[in-house]
Design a protein around this ligand. Structure first.
Ligand SMILES: NC(=O)c1ccc[n+]([C@@H]2O[C@H](COP(=O)([O-])OP(=O)(O)OC[C@H]3O[C@@H](n4cnc5c(N)ncnc54)[C@H](OP(=O)(O)O)[C@@H]3O)[C@@H](O)[C@H]2O)c1
Length: 278
């Protein structure tokens, strides 16, 4: 595993973590595979995927409950928990309430990184950022971040913070979806903001792609490993792939420590452009 500094915090986080959308349900809770899911999350942690991304939205809170169960057997400081507050809960009191409920479900005293899941133009961001600062003052969250924010929204959020930095923006980014390279990625690079790439496997499309698989094979790697390795070569990018299969988590955790050649990268990018995905 490779580690990166979370924006100007001095804290090192793994460059590859675990997504949990679908662990414990999607929009509704799914209690049918709890034991299996807890075991899968624990294995992922043992492989080095100690950064775990969840949200109050996932499984209507059940994903957080499973993460809470899974981390119980590890020293808390070895785990980096990211969770997110829904856009409808961005009023000051609602945001504090959401964080407290997430903490209960996660059975922990603090959230490492708390993100606004997506902007809500109907609620002034200043109000949400004041609540975020309050949570940080009280030690309930360690760091403040956002998700699905564009550059203007990131700047506005930062302006509303008195004593803190936006340390991360979580956005969709993969070999198959590179829209953020136009503006969000360069802005984050300039400001040192950590970019957390979600859906880094293009929701399962990349691991199945014949062309990417063929190039990966030259390096004795899988398409997922190639896709993750390509992402985390960018200095401020970390990725949070999701799988509910132990062998795939192992694959994710061993994606680092090798280099795709420039020629192969060009071949892949030309191929991806020819797909006209966006
Ligand atoms: N902030 C946001 O708005 C936002 C939005 C979306 C996602 N996220 C976060 O980012 C995480 C990752 O994104 P994601 O779950 O959308 O997509 P992803 O990580 O790009 O892809 C996950 C999907 O790929 C499948 N997969 C993995 N390896 C595979 C393989 N070798 N062959 C075939 N299929 C394979 C997984 O299925 P199996 O489980 O069966 O392996 C899963 O369905 C989420 O879990 C969530 O934590 C955040």
């Amino acid at each position: 595993m490779e580690y990166k500094e979370l924006n100007r915090t001095g804290l090192l986080i793994p460059s590859i973590g675990m997504g949990t959308w679908g662990i414990g349900g999607y929009s509704n809770p799914d209690y049918s595979k709890d034991e299996e899911m807890i075991e899968i999350l624990r294995k992922g942690i043992e492989f080095g995927l100690t950064l775990i991304d969840t949200a109050e939205m996932y499984g209507d809170g059940h994903s957080e409950e499973l993460v809470g169960e899974a981390i119980k057997t590890f020293p808390r400081e070895k785990i980096f928990i990211i969770t997110k507050v829904l856009p409808e809960n961005l009023r000051y009191k609602d945001l504090i309430n959401s964080a407290e409920k997430s903490l209960k479900r996660l059975k922990t005293d603090y959230i490492d990184l708390y993100l606004i899941h997506a902007p809500n133009p109907r609620i002034p961001i200043k109000e949400s950022m004041q609540a975020m600062e309050k949570l940080r003052e009280e030690g309930l969250i360690k760091f403040i971040g956002v998700s699905n924010f564009n550059v203007a929204q990131m700047k506005e959020a930062q302006r509303c913070l008195r004593n803190n930095h936006i340390v991360a923006n979580q956005v969709e980014y993969s070999l198959f979806y590179r829209k953020i390279e136009k503006d969000i990625l360069p802005y984050c690079e300039k400001e040192g903001i950590t970019l957390i790439a979600y859906s880094p496997l293009a929701r399962g499309l990349i691991p199945k792609d014949k062309f990417i698989k063929k190039i990966a094979l030259k390096y004795n790697k899988t398409a997922s490993q190639l896709a993750l390795n390509w992402l985390i070569k960018k200095p401020n990018v970390v990725a949070i792939p999701k799988s509910s299969k132990i062998e795939r988590l192992k694959e994710f955790a061993t994606s680092t420590g090798w280099n795709l050649s420039e020629d192969d990268e060009k071949l892949i990018l030309n191929y991806v452009n020819s797909l006209n995905l966006f």
